[in-house]
Structure formats: structure tokens, C-alpha cells
Write a protein that binds this ligand. Structure first.
Ligand code: ZN
Ligand code: ZN
Length: 238
């Protein structure tokens, strides 16, 4: 079993190496080679500073909270994001998740920290949304964790791996809000002892869509005595 896993990991490493040779990194915005995102382009991306729902952070005008939050508020609040998930940010997220994450975080951590401050976020600890070990093995990195680590470094707030993903949930891209909630319920367990009791915790992930994954994580943290759970993501789906 362990040999099989080592073989699979080796095969994935070789595959990624071949991809880099035959399809080298290219800036997702201007096409410049040898980088997934160049310094000039990242500065052109507008931060998402509103208008948004005061709780879930989706684009929203008028009343302080959106219709979803008025009827079925999530236990994670507020959710805020550095960028809106559209245009170049879509390509950026894809490259970040599947190939260039480790190098892109160097360019993304600073604007994320700037957005964090401009949006008035605060917290005692950053907790990345975990990947299931099987997926981590395939991908080689957890995109949420490298974001959290980069952001923690910029902000001077500790990052803590406080959650584990115990169920490998199927992809959520085709599911609606209710199906997503069901899909991720009981997918996470808490692993940080009493370190976060009474603390203000911020979950970190690459993208917020319905908030179902963040909410499932928040439910686990709150049950352990965490004082409050907010979330900060690289991008917000409309
Ligand atoms: Zn560029
Ligand atoms: Zn809302």
C-alpha cells in the first residue's frame, strides 16, 4: 500500500515535471513565460472592496445582508475575499490550484494582506481549509495552506493546521447550495486540542462560493469552544 502511494506520488511528480518542460509556466494575464503571474499584472488586479453582503461577502447592494443570509445565515461570518472570481481571476485561480500555487503565493500574499487590512479583518489565528490526504498526495500541495502561510507571514498572525479532512467529498462544482451543505457535513475533524478555545479564528481558502465548506469547518471549530469564526479567501464567486 505504501509502495503504491510512493509510486503514485512519483508518477505525479514526473507528470508535473513534463508539463513544466513542454507547457512552461506563462503569466495568466499577459502571457509572459516563466511565471504564472508577473509582478506588473498582479498590481493591475482590482481588489474586491464592495459593495457586498456584510455577512457572506457576496456582491450585494441595498440592505446590509443578502437574501440568503436573511433567511439561512451561515455560522461563519464575515466572509471576505481579496478578489472577485471573474475574468483573469478565474484563470489565476485555476493555475494557482493545479500547477503554480507555490510560486504564485509570493505575488499574491501582499495584495491579500492589503485587502485584509482595508476590509477591517482581524483574528488570533489563520486556519487553512484542509484537503483530503488522497488529494494532497495527488496535487502535492494544499492551495489553502500555502495561501494561509503566505498571509500569516505578511500579517504576523500565526497559522495553525487545526482541521483534518476525514471524508473525501466529491467535487462540488455541479452542486447547488443545499447539496453542497450535505456534501461537506461531517467531512472535518478538529486536531488542535485547546489551543483555539476562546480565540477569534479566520479560515483561509482559495475561493468562496456558497460558503458550505467554510460553514462546515466553522461548525467544527465553534463546537470546540472557538469564540468566533470568520473566513478570508483569495476570491469570491458572485
Ligand atoms: Zn503578466
Ligand atoms: Zn450574505
Amino acid at each position: 500500500m505504501i509502495q503504491m502511494q510512493a509510486f503514485k506520488r512519483g508518477a505525479w511528480t514526473a507528470y508535473r515535471w513534463l508539463l513544466d518542460v513542454f507547457m512552461p509556466p506563462q503569466c495568466v494575464m499577459c502571457g509572459r513565460v516563466e511565471t504564472w503571474l508577473c509582478d506588473g499584472c498582479v498590481q493591475k488586479l482590482p481588489l474586491f472592496t464592495g459593495p457586498f453582503c456584510s455577512r457572506c461577502g457576496r456582491p450585494w447592494e441595498g440592505s446590509p445582508t443578502c437574501r440568503v443570509c436573511q433567511t439561512k445565515p451561515l455560522s461563519v461570518s464575515p466572509i471576505r475575499s481579496a478578489y472577485l472570481f471573474q475574468g483573469n481571476v478565474r484563470d489565476l485561480l485555476h493555475a494557482f490550484k493545479y500547477r503554480g500555487g507555490k510560486s504564485m503565493v509570493r505575488q499574491l500574499a501582499r495584495p491579500m494582506a492589503q485587502a485584509w487590512r482595508e476590509l477591517g479583518m482581524h483574528g488570533n489565528a489563520l486556519v487553512p481549509v484542509p484537503l483530503h490526504p488522497r488529494r494532497l498526495d495527488q496535487r502535492g500541495y494544499n492551495q489553502a495552506e500555502i495561501l494561509a502561510r503566505g498571509l500569516a507571514h505578511e500579517l504576523g498572525i500565526p497559522m495553525l493546521r487545526a482541521l483534518e479532512r476525514v471524508r473525501d467529498t466529491p467535487s462540488q462544482t455541479r452542486l447547488n447550495a443545499q447539496e453542497r451543505r450535505k456534501n461537506v457535513a461531517a467531512a472535518f475533524t478538529y486536531t488542535a486540542g485547546d489551543l483555539l478555545v476562546g480565540k477569534y479564528v479566520t479560515l483561509v481558502d482559495d475561493v468562496a462560493t456558497t460558503g458550505a465548506t467554510l460553514d462546515a469547518c466553522a461548525t467544527v471549530l465553534l463546537a470546540q469552544g472557538v469564540e468566533s469564526v470568520s473566513a478570508f479567501t483569495l476570491a469570491r464567486a458572485p
